[in-house]
Design a protein around this ligand. Structure first.
Ligand SMILES: *Cc1c(COP(=O)(O)O)cnc(C)c1O
Length: 398
């Protein structure tokens, strides 16, 4: 790693074993993207021509007819939905988020209405879409969807994520089959997925990705798929897309990240990550009250994580107090703790600089030793955490 700017500007040098989190700066941007951004920043370009070049690369990697770079995947949801509602009608585009048609309903399975930091349904509403939830949180059947499609239906949104309910819902193939039988386009939010082709192959009309997650590009989103729908999303730059503007550096940066992705040594990276997981597992195995399990990614990305299960009575600390302890100190470690109320967290190996894995291992050992040596069990009531979750944000910037 080159010189670390963070201490110089008063930021804590956090180590990310949480995943590609917006709150931590997403991912480590690949050198190819950094070079590309540096090259383009001092130059003027004709942005629509640059987007045309991006379209070619996105089409090649995704198998879609065309592609567009947006400010984020969330912006991609809004622009793709907006395009499905307005078509190429420039006046309708200017009028959004007020829809000039009543064909603005957007279907989404209730078990897919999640938060990726903001609610999925809000990205649809921002685009003038009227969200029609189908099914219940843990069940959607064909009849739910078939009966929800009317002449007011503009699109159907399908979310692929570890956040969504993972049983009892319609899978993408069925979702597409039902939508297409009535001429409804399907937009897939695949923000965190590695596979750039599979959702279009399974019949999606649009697939959306984050540029700044696994791809290691700058903050951006990728819209890929049917040319008319991609074009209609592109046209939103003259409307609601303006407030979600993407600059030349992000467009060119994500183009470079996509090309680097094609050439990346995926097997080598996987092997390095497996080494990290084994090191952490060895550090944790045989400690009282601690169970460490290597588990595959829930949406089948080629990625494993370490699940660290804590029995507070034996480890003398709860999983959430351990996560909090790791967040303190000279090199704060941020674990993946969104299910921590179930007494476990995960360690994600895919955002580490070489050498940080040993810091993670020694900090885990240090905090667990300390807890074990304490006479009391460190156990903050979980409700206290919940009550104070937004305190920091609500008093920002102090
Ligand atoms: C991360 C994520 C998003 C948001 O992506 P951004 O590019 O950060 O806007 C949307 N949907 C899902 C499922 C995500 O995981």
């Amino acid at each position: 790693m080159s010189e670390d700017i963070r201490p110089q500007i008063g930021l804590r040098p956090v180590i990310n074993v949480s995943g590609t989190m917006t709150s931590l700066g997403a991912s480590i941007v690949v050198p190819e993207a950094i070079t590309a951004m540096t090259q383009i920043l001092p130059q003027f370009v004709e942005i629509n021509d640059l987007q045309r070049k991006a379209s070619t690369i996105i089409a090649r990697l995704t198998g879609g007819e065309a592609g567009l770079v947006t400010a984020s995947c969330s912006a991609g949801i809004s622009l793709a939905v907006a395009g499905a509602i307005t078509g190429p009608d420039l006046l309708a585009i200017e009028k959004l988020p007020e829809a000039t048609t009543d064909k603005n309903e957007v279907l989404v399975q209730m078990g897919h209405v999640v938060s990726y930091g903001a609610p999925v349904d809000q990205a649809i509403r921002l685009a003038g879409g009227k969200v029609v939830m189908i099914g219940q949180s843990t069940s959607t059947h064909r009849y739910h969807m078939e009966n929800a499609i009317t002449d007011k239906t503009a699109a159907a949104v399908y979310v692929v994520s570890h956040h969504v309910v993972d049983y009892g819902l319609l899978n993408l193939k069925e979702f597409v089959e039902i939508a297409h039988a009535k001429g409804v386009p399907v937009i897939v939010d695949a923000a965190s997925e590695y596979d750039l082709r599979i959702f279009l192959e399974q019949g999606a009309d649009i697939a959306l990705y984050s540029g700044h997650k696994f791809l290691g590009g700058p903050t951006s989103g990728i819209v890929a798929g049917r040319k008319d729908l991609v074009r209609n999303a592109f046209l939103q730059n003259m409307g609601i897309g303006r407030g979600m503007k993407v600059g030349k550096e992000s467009i060119f940066g994500v183009m470079a990240a996509l090309e680097a992705w094609e050439k990346r040594d995926h097997a080598g990276i996987r092997e390095r990550e497996t080494g990290y997981l084994n090191l952490w597992k060895q550090t944790l195995d045989d400690r009282p009250g601690v169970t460490a399990l290597i588990e595959p990614d829930p949406t089948n990305n080629p990625l494993d994580r370490l699940r660290v299960i804590i029995k507070a009575e034996e480890a003398h600390i709860t999983a959430w107090d351990l996560a909090a302890a790791l967040r303190t100190g000279a090199q704060p470690i941020i674990v993946r703790d969104h299910e921590v109320e179930h007494n476990y967290f995960y360690l994600d190996p895919c955002n580490l600089h070489p050498g940080q894995e040993t810091v993670v291992a020694s900090r885990l050992a240090e905090e667990l030793d300390k807890a074990r040596a304490s006479n009391e069990i460190i156990a903050t009531p979980f409700e206290d955490l919940s009550r104070h979750r937004f305190d920091g944000a609500l008093k920002w910037p102090d």
